[in-house]
Design a protein around this ligand. Structure first.
Ligand SMILES: Cc1cc2nc3c(=O)[nH]c(=O)nc-3n(C[C@H](O)[C@H](O)[C@H](O)COP(=O)(O)OP(=O)(O)OC[C@H]3O[C@@H](n4cnc5c(N)ncnc54)[C@H](O)[C@@H]3O)c2cc1C
Length: 483
């Protein structure tokens, strides 16, 4: 890899949003970059496919994109020129209750707050400062651990974000506001008593107000396609169907960036790492898995509440107590009968997803890592609970347990879709405590996946920071600051 003459300046292994972001940043600097993907299609967690019936397009993994729309790096790219169009559902998210009430995440802070009744002011007091401070803290939240550029703003954000959502929820009096927070915090895929879960909730809420929770027209695949088309337009090269199991398979390059998780990296390059770095990666922890369902539907989901029928995303878990209990049970290795379900209904807002008059829906729940249990009935019962008659509109379904998730994408170890546990112990030091988390112990080998800061989600910022580090170390190129 260190020879003066190489086939490529850089090779990126894995074409998820982070691999694509890394490849683009390096190609933008005029380097020659090859992007290798193990599967036959690009995109990693951005793939869409006809999983059920002809004419229905489903997002196999990610579906809703506040993080992509708000990504400081993606926002610098001309992605609309390469076919990416975001659609903004009428309501970003809805959270229904057994008693018929529903709370919603809307673009406007005041409208959202108003739906929380007695907690209207408490919501504004909690969320408005995060929105106001976002331009000051974004670089710190969306990057590696470092001394914050704006310490006061970061401290204001940090003391709320680092708390457990079960504690932060004490700011609210009403069960509705507590549950709204719990549903957002559960995206952390950790028990709600875990420190740092509030950060997930606050960022998702803030993004909802700052950017909305859009879906890409035609499916998440179109984010990957736009990124890839832009990369190729710059002169980048992509090869699919090339699964990398050994460094020997790679063409010569000055830098190799891996959009994969520590376990795979150890298998591929472990023999090149220092014993201490290997030891660190071996201790990397993976989080809960997911069980995923996609449906082709004869009509829209017949939610009892009008708000749910107008929302891109629906959180099905009723109260905070119920969500907290089921997430804890799952974390402890059990399969709750009424799991917290995250559901998206893209075809309500995007008529390219299904035949006319028909619909698609996407949902998953958390399960213990490596679980083999079929959770179809539990998930469908949860939907039916808030949408009586749902089962009658199902035309076809596609299910994926943790093994099938990992078959689809080898990064989903045991069904973990976050690239590793979001526990506070490794949230900021993923994959290992180092000056730069993107550098391995071997010169020229980098990790750029969601197993690095800022972690899971479609934002490309792990890839951006990793490529920035490689550009500095290997090519002596500094890229202008974007945040
Ligand atoms: C069910 C589900 C729902 C989700 N919902 C959302 C959502 O709504 N919004 C959101 O922002 N995020 C969501 N996510 C998370 C998001 O998809 C991931 O965090 C994101 O895709 C991680 O990006 P990445 O580039 O790090 O890795 P990935 O997207 O996982 O990409 C890694 C790529 O590397 C390839 N690869 C792996 N090993 C090798 C190898 N040895 N050789 C060659 N290629 C290899 C894989 O095939 C894959 O293409 C969801 C994920 C899942 C599974």
């Amino acid at each position: 890899m260190q020879s003066a003459k190489t086939e490529y300046d850089a090779v990126v292994v894995g074409s998820g949003p982070n691999g694509l972001a890394a490849a683009i940043l390096m190609q933008q600097q005029g380097l020659s970059v090859l992007l290798l993907e193990g599967k036959d299609t690009i995109g990693g967690g951005l793939r869409s496919a006809a999983l059920t019936l002809p004419g229905y397009v489903h997002d196999v993994c990610s579906a809703v994109h506040p993080l992509a729309a708000g990504s400081p790096f993606f926002q610098t790219l001309p992605l609309p020129d390469f076919g990416l169009q975001y659609i903004y559902p009428t309501l970003s998210a809805a959270h229904p209750f057994d008693n018929g009430k529903t709370v919603t995440l809307q673009r406007s802070v005041t409208d959202t707050a108003r739906s929380l009744g007695a907690d209207e002011q408490a919501y504004i007091k909690l969320v408005q400062p995060i929105i106001d401070d976002w331009p000051l803290v974004a670089a710190d939240v969306l990057g590696p651990l470092h001394f914050p550029a704006h310490p006061l703003a970061f401290a204001r954000f940090g003391w709320k974000a680092l708390s457990a959502s079960s504690i932060l929820s004490n700011r609210f009096k009403t069960p509705e506001a507590k549950a709204l927070l719990a549903g957002m915090a559960a995206h952390a895929i950790e028990p709600l008593t875990a420190h740092g879960t509030s950060g997930f909730a606050l960022v998702l809420l803030a993004m909802g107000h700052l950017r909305g929770w859009p879906i890409p027209k035609g499916g998440s695949q179109n984010i990957a396609n736009a990124l890839a088309a832009y990369f190729v337009s710059l002169g980048g090269k992509i090869e699919t169907g090339t699964y990398i199991a050994s460094l020997d398979q790679l063409p010569s390059a000055k830098a190799v960036l891996f959009d994969i998780t520590p376990r795979q990296l150890l298998q591929i390059a472990g023999h090149r790492f220092s014993s201490i770095y290997k030891w660190q990666l071996e201790r990397y922890r993976y989080g809960m898995g997911v069980y995923k369902l996609d449906w082709a539907l004869a009509g829209p989901i017949p939610f009892r509440s009008q708000e749910c029928r107008s929302a891109g995303t629906v959180h099905l878990g009723n109260s905070m107590a119920e969500i907290a209990a089921t997430e804890q049970q799952t974390y402890d290795g059990n399969h709750p009968e009424r799991p917290f379900v995250l559901l998206a209904q893209p075809s309500l807002f995007d008529d390219t997803r299904s035949p006319q008059g028909k619909h698609t829906a996407w949902a998953y729940c958390h399960v213990p890592n490596g679980s083999q249990k079929n959770m179809t009935e539990q998930i469908e019962n949860q939907v039916e609970r808030f949408a009586p008659g749902f089962k009658d509109v199902i035309l076809a379904r596609h299910n994926m347990d943790t093994t099938q998730m990992e078959d689809h994408n080898p990064n989903y170890i045991g069904g973990d879709i976050g690239g590793g546990s979001n526990g506070i112990g490794q949230l900021f030091t993923r994959p290992a405590l180092r000056l730069s988390p993107y550098k391995t112990s071997t010169k020229g080998i980098y990790i750029c996946s969601s197993s690095t800061p800022p972690g899971g989600g479609v934002h490309g910022m792990c890839g951006y920071h990793s490529a920035k580090q490689a550009l500095k170390d290997i090519f002596n190129i500094s890229v202008p600051k974007i945040i």
